[in-house]
Design a protein around this ligand. Structure first.
Ligand SMILES: [Zn+2]
Length: 82
């Protein structure tokens, strides 16, 4: 009986990296696209990965640009607003 005990990928939560492919930095923020409101919400790193969320490192979260017509909302926890 070759029963395999596959561990879910979710167990690899110790450190998450930036979701930008060419970027190896550690993620510090989570970007969530709210399609219904055309908003890109940038907030503190979420506790767990979510379907419409992308983890970003500090550099990429600062350089974040939303598609035209979209609004970018940044949580003040990340730093100064404005
Ligand atoms: Zn990055």
């Amino acid at each position: 009986m070759g029963q395999a005990y596959a561990r879910p990928m979710l167990s690899m939560m110790s450190s998450r990296g930036c979701s930008k492919v060419a970027c190896g930095e550690a993620a510090v923020a989570t970007l969530t696209y709210v399609y219904a409101d055309s908003m890109a919400v940038l907030g503190p790193l979420s506790a767990r990965p979510e379907p419409h969320s992308y983890d970003l490192c500090e550099r990429h979260s600062e350089r974040l640009s939303a598609p035209q017509g979209w609004q970018v909302v940044r949580y003040s926890a990340l730093g100064e607003v404005g």
